[in-house]
Design a protein around this ligand. Structure first.
Ligand code: DX5
Ligand code: ZN
Length: 233
């Protein structure tokens, strides 16, 4: 199947990735079409196994069934203990990009190789308590770093401002690489804190509640999130 890996997108552009966790699940296909029309760049899909995090969400059959609702890249965020096992089923279901956690149990380089073997781009994520230095050694092997700005497990939590320093440290390390990669932030991102995350160096914004449940509609919310382009690192 044709892929739209995230490494073909410009890492100097603010990109908005609505998290479907905040969508109305009874209308999921229409919800995805709605945010695509509203200007979303990527669809963020949160996968939880009830072990790595204390919650369960969705599996490959659901990804396969929503694949036809959008032409946007699917950004699958695996919050699971054994990510390598899940790469194949999610890639076959239609993932374009797969992010897994540096704190997971599998070998990191093997898992990156497995992701790439399906033509997907690869990302590594850090939980709030994990320091930046745990991820920095892998920057030259991945296409995206995902800094969690809430404790993973649930949508609708408050942004943790303490994570801004981690975003800055990782952006500085990325600047030293021969190629640019994406820096994604996830959790509690909204029109009030987006300026600070862009200024710290994040170009890819996961936004669940603030887009799917925006009081003035998704289009206005996405437009406001993207308006911080001029402040981007
Ligand atoms: C949390 C997930 C996030 C979350 C984002 O574990 O990884 O993607 O659903 O949702 P909001 O934007 O509502 O915090
Ligand atoms: Zn996520």
């Amino acid at each position: 199947m044709a892929r739209n890996p995230l490494n073909i997108l410009d890492a100097k552009r603010i990109l908005v990735a609505p998290s479907i966790l905040a969508a109305n699940f009874a209308e999921l296909g229409n919800e995805i079409t709605r945010v695509q029309k509203a200007g979303a760049d990527i669809i963020h899909i949160d996968v939880m196994d009830g072990h790595f995090v204390p919650n369960l969400t969705l599996g490959p059959p659901l990804v396969q069934s929503i694949r036809k609702s959008s032409s946007l890249p699917f950004d699958v965020h695996l919050m699971v203990t054994n990510p390598k096992f899940f790469v194949k089923p999610f890639a076959e279901a239609g993932a374009d990009h797969i992010t897994f956690h540096v704190e997971s149990a599998d070998n990191i380089e093997d898992t990156i190789r497995e992701i790439r073997s399906f033509g997907c781009s690869a990302g590594l994520s850090v939980r709030p308590k994990t320091q930046a230095d745990k991820i920095i050694p892998y920057l030259d092997k991945i296409d995206l770093v995902l800094v969690m700005t809430v404790e993973p497990g649930f949508g609708g939590q408050s942004f943790m401002p303490d994570m801004l320093q981690k975003v800055r440290t990782i952006r500085e390390a990325i600047k030293k690489l021969p190629k640019n990669i994406h820096l994604e932030v996830d959790g509690g991102i909204d029109t009030k804190n987006v300026f600070r995350v862009a200024e710290a160096g994040a170009n890819m914004l996961v936004a669940g509640t603030s887009v799917f449940r925006a009081p003035d509609g998704a289009e206005a919310a996405i437009k406001q999130l993207k308006s911080v382009q001029r402040f981007l690192y």
